[in-house]
Design a protein around this ligand. Sequence first.
Ligand code: MG
Length: 382
Amino acid sequence: MGVIIVAAGRGQRMGTDVPKQLLDLGGRSMLRRSVEAFDRHPDIAEIVVVLPAELVKDGASLVGPTTRSCTVTAGGDRRQDSVRAGFLGLSDEVSLLLVHDAARPFADAALIDRVIAAARESGAAVPALQARDTVKRVAANQSTVAETIPRQDIWLAQTPQGFRRDVFTAVIALAGTAELTDEAMLAERAGYPVRIVHGDERNVKITTLEDLSVARARCSGPPRVGSGYDLHRLVEGRPLVLAGVTIPFDRGPLGHSDGDVACHALTDALLGAAGAGDIGQQFPDTDPAWKDAPGLDLLGRTMAVIRARGLAVSNADITVILERPRLAPHAMLIRERLAHVLGISIDAVSIKGKTNEGVDAVGRGEAIAAHATVVLIGGEPR
Ligand code: MG
């Protein structure tokens, strides 16, 4: 059995600068997710992906690794041209085939099973959902209702659609000049019975930015919170550095590194949220590579760890506890530096200065401390 995955659209209706089938959904493109759904299915032996001609040379990397035979071919301007190109890419051994839109990345095995079973029996099958809203046919002026159509008669077609090879050959032969929106339409026209099987509510077609954001939320796990803390003694003759910003003062943190408590606390918060250990494990100060590393550098390296796990920062909040000097005049610059490294906007980074009211070592000005909280988003659903 073979599947043609139609991804030939150049549609930039969503206002993005890449075709929508290449947009990311929780770490993998819509196209990859669509291909994976069939590559995992036990009945599928061949996959043909139809891409816009200019993307075919990058096809293998866009599609990603597959376990089944997978070829990439160039589509045409009209849907029927793309589907015909896909059909020519399937081997003669394929006696039953599916046609699927790459813009439906959530087709599951049960849905694919239903379509295959019905197509095998009837020659052609379409998954569809019964209309739930009242359906109006609108007059040619596009502004008044011509009639109300009984909604029990209205079913909304999805993909994958399934066809026996002989039926599909007739479909392709008919696909002349008509503007085609699905292949079942032609099977009907050729006089073949087209079986309706139950579609799947989750098998949505991603068309608008709203669809995209709902789909992205579905593809990522719940937010992950992390907290971090750091403290350094303050001594004379050392620069006071916070988020790489040197603040004029007569004392600074003691330590091998710059003693940047904001970066150190934030690094621990990020690692904690990601479940990736702590700053001491990632950057042991016994290793000469990290002994004198600036805090902002460690933070940048930590972000590489976070990104490698498919995670991104949503926001960060830091409290620095310091008796003197006042942080407020430097807060904007600190936020800018941190936002840049974390890959978020300035309004997603907060830094607050606090004194310790003269109490204990921090209050006596002998130490500086910081608490940080971050929220990470993305990653796989749990
Ligand atoms: Mg530290």
